[in-house]
Design a protein around this ligand. Structure first.
Ligand SMILES: C[S@@+](CC[C@H](N)C(=O)[O-])C[C@H]1O[C@@H](n2cnc3c(N)ncnc32)[C@H](O)[C@@H]1O
Ligand code: SF4
Length: 596
């Protein structure tokens, strides 16, 4: 018997995500009866630390690991220890984190084989070669210390067994560790994306053809998901709603939800294609409690940026406004995301884009800014692209709040040809500490919407006035300086980003911080009353909206999906919280318990 071990560590805690990639490559390889001598002894997929994993691996012949940004430090630590304890163990890795190059392999000499892109067929061929001459350099689609064989062998997609249905996940769920509270899964009804945005892993040519899995198999997978009470279904399809049959998928899940009283969530990334299907489907998903919001991400509001990153949006802001209006009329909130900073962005065009977004007749209900990450195998990691746009990058630890584990680093953009490091900070501060907390988290939303509708002042003008009025407040000046210091320290590798929201008084980009302080110090209240005396009734309503309305809903959603916080699953649904920075500390304040 050949002893094999698999590692695909999850980014969530105390829940964990079933290891989809390992499940499919292993299942595919095991279709070959010549490979019956390989035995998968154990799969590590929860949040085990490196020492625990190493201590549980006995006489390994092959270690296979799926690697992404959040699990790389722990996975690589295991690889190094295993190679040192068992030098003959063949180390095979895949996933988006390793750079697909021989140079990268030569900087990581403990690794024998790197499999880029979809791994099913190459991994099968590696096991066949293990049984044969062990001459891996001759295999198509492998990267070793010596070669990168770029031609990819064909995968028989219809043959890939489902890890939900062949028992692979049954064992894992049955034997999960005590500390793993809930189980998430990655649901894949198709693979690939026809678009090629340069910031995205899936924009690579190898992913351009979209392959569908059989509908009957998908429906059985959904039944497994529901009957095994999986908490969250992360939908891996890059463009959910792109196919007619996606409606059948949603209908099946709704039927199953009712039949089994399933309380989990189904979280798709929606197709940008024009047409009514996506909107109709998104309404169905939200109305039936599968998700809470509909997202259509624009990534940038600046055409030259969109061109530079090869991104095509199907809708402009006017069209988006009509969509938001239509969705809101049916009780569905809509959010969008932007990535910043990207080539072509300047501080002015970035801020003006956000002002335009705020002044849409009906603007989004939620809005998120993602600081550009350099994903390893995207064009942003190529010398040509970087020198063309003079991108500046920094490795930042603790950048993404829900990464669980020690030392995960993101490489994020901190400057471009057209933006200095200081300007990027200004843009992030503007979006994350002014626009989002004041408007999108509900603090002045009702006030701003009413004045906008009545033609008194636009939302953007109001925001500009608030920003201006805050600029002279001592606490605001100190706060911003503290934020900037934290940011600069993080860029220089001297501290983590600090997303331990409830315990770290130095927390950076606490998105409620400015707005809450502004209320607590009464600055905004006083300012608004002085500027708009005839609307003081709205202002007192607005003061209340610190504790009610959108802010409340947003926070409860945060709690439901960010299980880094030790709140029991039932409490997610029973209690509403608001989080704010009071005095020098983050606090979680319970607003009220809800019946459900
Ligand atoms: C999983 S991606 C899905 C994107 C979706 N397919 C689309 O076309 O809008 C979810 C979000 O991650 C963000 N994102 C993707 N690549 C990123 C990168 N390199 N840096 C920062 N954020 C990124 C984008 O804002 C995106 O909306
Ligand atoms: S961002 Fe979305 S549309 Fe663009 S390549 Fe990635 S998955 Fe496809």
């Amino acid at each position: 018997m050949v002893n094999c071990y698999g590692i695909q560590l999850s980014n969530w805690h105390p829940s964990a995500t079933l290891p989809q990639a390992l499940g499919t490559i292993w299942g595919y390889a095991m279709l070959d009866t010549q490979l019956d001598n390989f035995k998968l002894r154990q799969v590590f997929w929860e949040n085990e630390d490196a020492d625990t994993i190493v201590s549980e691996i006995v006489d390994p012949d092959i270690l296979v690991c799926s690697c992404y940004v959040w699990n790389w430090p722990t996975t690589y630590e295991v690889i190094k220890q295993i190679k040192s304890k068992f030098p003959n163990c063949l180390i095979v890795i895949g996933g988006p984190e390793p750079k697909y190059s021989v140079e990268w392999m030569q900087q990581h000499t403990d690794i024998d084989i790197l499999i880029p892109y979809y791994g099913e067929q190459v991994f099968t061929n590696v096991l066949r070669e293990y049984n044969d001459k062990k001459e891996y350099n001759s295999l198509d689609g492998v990267i070793t210390q010596e070669v990168y064989n770029k031609s990819l062998p064909k995968i028989d997609y219809d043959a890939i067994p489902s890890p939900y249905l062949n028992g692979f996940f049954d064992d894992l769920v049955l034997n999960k560790r005590e500390q793993t509270k809930g189980v998430r899964c990655v649901f894949e009804s198709n693979r690939g994306c026809p678009y090629s945005c340069v910031f995205c892993d899936i924009g690579a040519k190898a992913y351009q053809k979209v392959k569908k899995f059989d509908l009957a198999r998908i429906e059985k997978e959904l039944e497994w998901i529901v009957t095994n009470n999986i908490n969250v279904v992360d939908v891996a399809d890059a463009n959910f709603g792109i196919f007619d049959r996606d409606e059948e998928i949603v209908d099946t899940l709704i039927k199953l939800k009712k039949e089994y009283n399933w309380k989990g969530r189904f979280l798709p990334t929606w197709s940008k294609a024009r047409g009514d299907r996506v909107l109709r489907l998104a309404k169905k998903v939200v109305h039936n409690g599968l998700d809470t919001i509909f997202g259509l991400s624009l990534q940038s509001l600046n055409q030259s940026t969109l061109d530079a990153v090869k991104r095509t949006n199907a809708f402009n802001l006017d069209e988006m406004s009509t969509i938001v209006q239509d969705m809101n009329a049916d009780g569905v909130d809509v959010y969008t995301e932007l990535i910043f900073p990207m080539p072509g962005d300047t501080l002015d065009n970035f801020k003006n884009g956000i002002y335009d977004l705020l002044d849409m007749p009906t603007t989004f209900n939620k809005f998120q800014i993602n600081q550009l990450s350099q994903l390893t195998n995207t064009e942003f990691n190529s010398d040509v692209y970087n020198s063309m746009y003079k991108m500046k990058w920094a490795d930042i630890k603790g950048f993404t709040r829900h990464y669980y584990g020690v030392g995960a680093k993101d490489t994020v953009a901190i400057g471009t040809k057209d933006m200095s490091v200081d300007e990027v900070f200004e843009g992030l501060f503007f979006a994350k500490c002014i626009v989002i907390p004041f408007y999108f988290y509900g603090i002045i939303r009702h006030f701003a919407d009413t004045l906008h509708k009545e033609g008194v002042t636009t939302r953007s003008e109001l925001l500009k006035q608030i920003e201006h009025s805050l600029a002279d407040e001592k606490w605001y000046i100190d706060f911003k300086a503290q934020m900037k210091q934290h940011y600069m320290d993080a860029i220089n590798g001297e501290r983590e980003f600090g997303f331990a929201m409830l315990s770290d008084p130095q927390d950076f980009f606490g998105e409620f911080a400015v707005a809450h302080r502004a209320y607590i110090e009464n600055s905004i209240h006083t300012f608004l009353k002085k500027q708009f005396p005839q609307h003081s009734d709205l202002i007192s309503y607005d003061q209340m909206s610190l504790w009610t309305g959108t802010a409340e809903t947003t926070v409860v959603n945060e709690y439901m999906f960010s299980d880094t916080r030790q709140v029991s699953h039932d409490d997610y649904y029973k209690e509403l919280y608001v989080i704010g920075r009071f005095d020098d500390r983050w606090m979680k304040k319970s607003i009220r318990r809800i019946e459900c």
